[in-house]
Each structure stands twice: as C-alpha cells, then as structure tokens.
Design a protein around this ligand. Structure first.
Ligand SMILES: [Zn+2]
Length: 251
C-alpha cells in the first residue's frame, strides 16, 4: 500500500508540476500535451512516465538532446514521498484525504511561487470546496461551516500581518496569494494551530531570508513554499503540536 501511494503520488506530482508551470502563464493545462520546451517534440507515453523516463532518457530530450528541467523529476519524487508519508501517518481516514490536498498544494505552490512568484486562485478554490465537502461528509454541516469561519479568522490574521508588515518595513510583507492560502490553512487547522502555522512558516523562511539579504540579492522572497510546508508539518503533527501549545500557553 505504501508503494502504491508513492506511485500514485508521483503520477499526481507530474500533473501538479505541469499545473504550477502553466497556470501562472495562463496556459491550458490540457492542451498541448507534454512536450520538449526547446524543440516542441511531443512526448510519447513511454517518454512521459514519472521519474523513470527522466532516468532512461538521461535527463535530455530524445529528439534534440537538450537537457530537460530537473524540476519535474524532483517534484514527482517529492510528491510520491509526501503521499506515502501521509498514508503512513494517518492510514485510511478523512485526515489522509485532507493531507493529500495539502500535499497537492505543496507541489503546485513550490513550482508556481518559486518560479513566477504567483499562487493561483484556482487550486486554492478547489481545495476550499473539497475541504468543505470532506468536513460535511465526516461531521456534518456545523463542522463544515465552522471550518469556513476558522479559515476567515486566519485569513484576517494574515491580512493584518500584511498591513502591519508593509507599514513597518515599507515594502510588501505578504502577497495576496499568501493570505488566500492562509484561509485554506485556517479551515484545516483551526485558530490556535493556524497561528502556529504562520509563526512556524516565518521560522522556516528566516535562514533563507537572511541568506538572500546577506547576498544582497533581489529582496522579494516567495513566502508561499514556506507557508504551505508549515501547513503540512503542523497538520501531520497536529496531536503533538496541540499538546505543546496547551502546555506552553495553558489554553
Ligand atoms: Zn527537444
């Protein structure tokens, strides 16, 4: 079952990488099919197998021999690993499906935000709808509506941070996509863990931000990959993190 989840994760990861590459450019995610970015060679089915084709083709196009971006290979590997990990943590229950939604966002946002500094709306909207339906099926309409309320609270929290950060540092602190992603996080985590999610994301981003600032490179940092990683970490460990929060703050 673990291997099966890995394989399914690789296949989905291949599609999510394509979504993350094409949505920011407003390209269709269906047509054209996968092709070489250099010569336009349309990939045959056996050149389009997640992970394996990249290895067998030696990382270059069969026709023009131009190197293929390793992004697909790395994201497929990450996606397969995350799907297997989610199954290992939760087994088969509602939390598995919720954690797979987060894993899907991880891949799409890693690609689109680090490549184009964009988090598109459509993957977030689809996630909100799926989470609402899963909560409704699992615990009924009250639980589903509450998740929307929690989403709105964390959305507002992230928005206030943006206003405060922009005012204090005189530059854009959080992007619109980061704030909308926080709505999804609030739906999944509730209010207390939702705040942990934002704090943890800042800690995760700090070494990278420091590195970029010291190198005096472009000061715009994609924060989405850190936010969505934090969301997955908190969701996968929500039992232990809930306990720590309770002990620390006695709430
Ligand atoms: Zn080619």
């Amino acid at each position: 079952m673990l291997y099966l989840m890995f394989v399914i994760g690789c296949i989905f990861g291949s599609f999510y990488t394509l979504v993350g590459m094409r949505l920011p450019k407003n390209e269709s995610i269906i047509k054209p099919g996968s092709h070489c970015e250099n010569c336009g060679h349309m990939l045959k089915w056996y050149e389009n197998i997640p992970l394996l084709s990249y290895i067998f083709l030696g990382g270059s196009c069969k026709k023009c021999k131009e190197p293929i971006s390793s992004t697909y290979f790395l994201m497929e590997l990450l996606s397969g690993t995350l799907f297997a990990l989610c199954y290992k943590v939760f087994g088969i229950n509602i939390n598995l499906f919720l954690s797979l939604i987060i894993s899907s966002l991880v891949i799409i946002i890693f690609v689109s935000d680090s490549k184009y500094m964009i988090i598109n709306d459509s993957p977030l909207v689809i996630s909100v709808i799926l989470i609402f339906i899963l909560r409704f099926v699992d615990k009924g309409i009250v639980s589903a509506l509450l998740s929307l309320l929690y989403g709105a609270v964390i959305f507002l929290f992230a928005y206030l941070l943006k206003v405060f950060g922009t005012y204090t540092f005189h530059q854009e602190a959080l992007g619109g996509g980061d704030i909308k992603l926080s709505f999804v996080a609030g739906m999944l985590l509730g209010i207390r863990l939702g705040i942990v999610y934002i704090v943890l994301a800042s800690f995760l981003a700090f070494p990278y931000a420091l590195y970029v600032t010291l190198k005096n490179k472009d000061h715009m940092l994609p924060f989405g990959p850190f936010l969505v990683s934090s969301l997955l970490i908190v969701f996968l460990n929500n039992d232990i993190i809930s306990k720590i929060v309770k002990v620390l703050f006695r709430i």
